[in-house]
Design a protein around this ligand. Structure first.
Ligand SMILES: [Zn+2]
Length: 411
């Protein structure tokens, strides 16, 4: 669909879901009332900016106030087929007919075809992803599902072999477990197993891990991005250059402070609106950071793409009036292969913000001054800010430490 037609289509769907949710969802009506809006005030995607963003982190509290779904559901509980439970706990209503097409677009774009035999190694218990979203979608596109769930690695290798399964759904780290287990069992994953395509989600997929797995199994691996409540919000095509937005969602990138939409190329929070009539989430903040591109994709799809996920909003911060985010720290790290772990520390001295890029080196470097200058230049290039560079002994930066550590105190 050309851009203009797509916009008309989304505006029409938006008007429909706003009318529906206003009539049937207590929480959505409350959200509209809080800013004195009526459904007629929301005609286009631009009008969405009049509505506050509901943060996912607020959902637990909202659900306590109006159990079990916070009033976001638009049908009586008796009309549901299932109720899912995500960590929080957050309760999610599961409709009888799963109508979302976004995961189907994701799988087909990644090479899944009717007749494929897929092991679904996502966790089937409690959460909606494996059963509700992935299982239903595999059925929808004509694939045969083996509902293996997580774990039982050795048994799963036997299943792959015996059933000649050719498709994998799961996390990249579990696929790696399967490769290692198969090799431990004396099998060559490339020759003895028949995996051809992989649909991975729920974890970051470093390129080094992707190429390792693609090579080891001789398969194609494509990743998708989404959340348990909103579903798919982006998927890779064969071209592997960012994640296409699905057709049945509205995805905005917004300034986390003001909620205003940002143009393509500018990083901000991913905010989504679904057209789900049972659970219409309108302007939901995911807490994840990304940026969009409208550049044409050689695959022929005309949708915008999320360039990549840049980290969490709560780690995005303003230094001397400019936003910095974890994705920039990663970009600096990637430019210099000598760098091991790294972290950006923001402090305040004599009423001025100071920023330091701290890092551990993988091995001794000499002369160190030259590398220091190069990294300082990268910090300036990537963050558009001047910052110090500090080398620290290995083991100083803990695994899983925040990429951006804001140590400023305000009085
Ligand atoms: Zn594409």
């Amino acid at each position: 669909m050309p851009h203009k037609k797509r916009l008309e289509y989304l505006n029409r769907k938006l008007r429909g879901i706003v009318q529906h949710a206003y009539k049937h969802s207590v929480a959505f009506r409350g959200k509209m009332d809080s800013v004195d809006l009526k459904p007629k005030d929301i005609q286009t995607l631009k009008d969405l900016q009049k509505l506050p963003v509901t943060k996912k982190s607020d959902l637990v509290e909202l659900q306590k106030k109006h159990p079990p779904f916070g009033g976001f559901e638009a049908v009586p509980i008796q009309k549901l087929r299932r109720i899912y439970v995500s960590p929080g706990p957050i309760y999610e209503p599961g409709e009888t007919d799963y109508e979302e097409i976004a995961w189907a677009q994701a799988m087909v774009a990644g090479g899944f075809r009717p007749g494929d035999i897929a092991i679904n190694t996502f966790n089937y218990h409690m959460v909606p992803f494996a059963l509700h979203m992935v299982d239903n979608t595999l059925h929808r596109i004509g694939c045969i599902t083996v509902p293996t769930g997580v774990g039982n690695t050795e048994q799963q290798v036997h299943i792959l072999k015996n059933l000649k399964a050719n498709a994998f759904c799961g996390t990249p780290s579990f696929l790696l477990n399967l490769a290692e287990k198969a090799e431990e069992m004396g099998l060559d994953p490339r020759k003895d197993l028949t995996l051809r395509v992989g649909f991975v989600a729920a974890e970051m997929l470093p390129e080094s891990l992707r190429s390792n797995l693609e090579e080891r199994f001789q398969m194609t691996i494509r990743q998708s991005y989404g959340t348990a409540d909103i579903g798919c919000l982006g998927y890779e095509c064969t071209e592997k250059n960012g994640m296409h937005l699905p057709e049945d969602k509205i995805v905005e990138i917004v300034d986390p402070e003001t909620g205003k939409q940002l143009p393509a190329g500018q990083p901000g929070e991913i905010v989504a609106t679904t057209f789900n009539k049972v659970y219409p989430l309108i302007r939901f903040g995911t807490g994840d950071l990304s940026l969009l591109t409208d550049a044409p994709c050689p695959c022929g799809r005309t949708s915008s793409r999320l360039v990549r996920i840049l980290g969490r909003v709560d780690q995005m911060t303003k230094v001397r009036g400019l936003f910095i985010h974890p994705g920039q720290a990663d970009e600096i790290g990637a430019r210099h292969p000598q760098i091991g772990r790294y972290q950006v520390v923001v402090t305040r001295k004599e009423n001025k913000d100071e920023m330091t890029f701290r890092m551990e080196l993988k091995e001794e470097v000499s002369p160190i001054e030259k590398l220091k200058e190069e990294i300082e230049r990268s910090v300036r290039d990537v963050m558009k800010l001047r910052g110090g560079v500090e080398f620290v002994p290995r083991g100083t930066i803990l695994e899983g430490a925040k990429k951006i550590e804001d140590q400023r105190t305000w009085d």
